[in-house]
Design a protein around this ligand. Sequence first.
Ligand SMILES: NC(=O)c1ccc[n+]([C@@H]2O[C@H](COP(=O)([O-])OP(=O)(O)OC[C@H]3O[C@@H](n4cnc5c(N)ncnc54)[C@H](O)[C@@H]3O)[C@@H](O)[C@H]2O)c1
Length: 256
Amino acid sequence: MEITGKTAVITGSAGGLGKAMAEHFAKLGANIVLSDISEEKLAEALKDIVSLGAKAIAVKTDVSKEADAEALMQKAVSTFGSLDIAVLNAGILRDGLLVKVDKQTGKVASKLSLANWQSVIDVNLTGVFLTGREAAAQMIDSGSKGVIIPISSVAMHGNPGQTNYSAAKAGVAAMTKLWARELSRFGIRVAGIAPGFIATEMVMKDMNPEALKKWEAQIPIGRLGKPEEIAETAAFIARNELVDGVVLEISGGVKI
Ligand SMILES: NC(=O)c1ccc[n+]([C@@H]2O[C@H](COP(=O)([O-])OP(=O)(O)OC[C@H]3O[C@@H](n4cnc5c(N)ncnc54)[C@H](O)[C@@H]3O)[C@@H](O)[C@H]2O)c1
């Protein structure tokens, strides 16, 4: 796909990987639909994207809400006339062990709460389902042979301390592969990205220098990834029509 002049919706794009992808697509000449749950951060991000010379709008969206997901994808088509690239990126973390045992008593001290399970499933799995479904519906109805790019994670293989997150990201990887098969008859491709450890706000927020060193030691290339490296991968998927029905692990060699 030639990206110039196409319309790209990126969820969770007020910061982190989503914003980096929006900037990258903007520089390649796409019209940008930013969307995020944080209205304040969204306004800042919109200024930055417009300053790159792109046509852009921002739509406040909670991806876990059906009406929001529908309105977002409709707005892209009503504003720019088409929807060509949908990056399903919004995500949250609520890490915790399944059960935590008190070292002294040997008894269970706490459990991963249902609330923390559910909030991650709502945003990271249901949110991808809803926004992916609406992107597909709008692409089909507007006759666009577009591309859907769900963002999974290497945690899809099962990362200790991330029951909720790993389950959601494995679900995202499964949906990516099956949607590619369901949607190919409409000329729509679906290919995902499973990033490793990338230096965004989500990852760096509570990181101390020692923890950072530990993380880096787990990465064969010896450093965290940069958001731009994930953004380049999203553009590669959009451009290259041979990429379909796969989830690309972009991790510097991390194995989970
Ligand atoms: N950073 C990493 O190392 C890494 C690794 C693997 C996968 N990922 C995935 O990449 C995606 C982006 O991660 P990031 O590191 O940029 O995180 P981030 O926290 O920097 O950005 C996530 C964005 O999503 C938004 N968001 C949260 N809940 C939302 C909701 N309900 N509706 C709409 N927007 C919502 C947030 O406001 C935020 O702007 C996530 O899906 C994450 O799981 C990140």
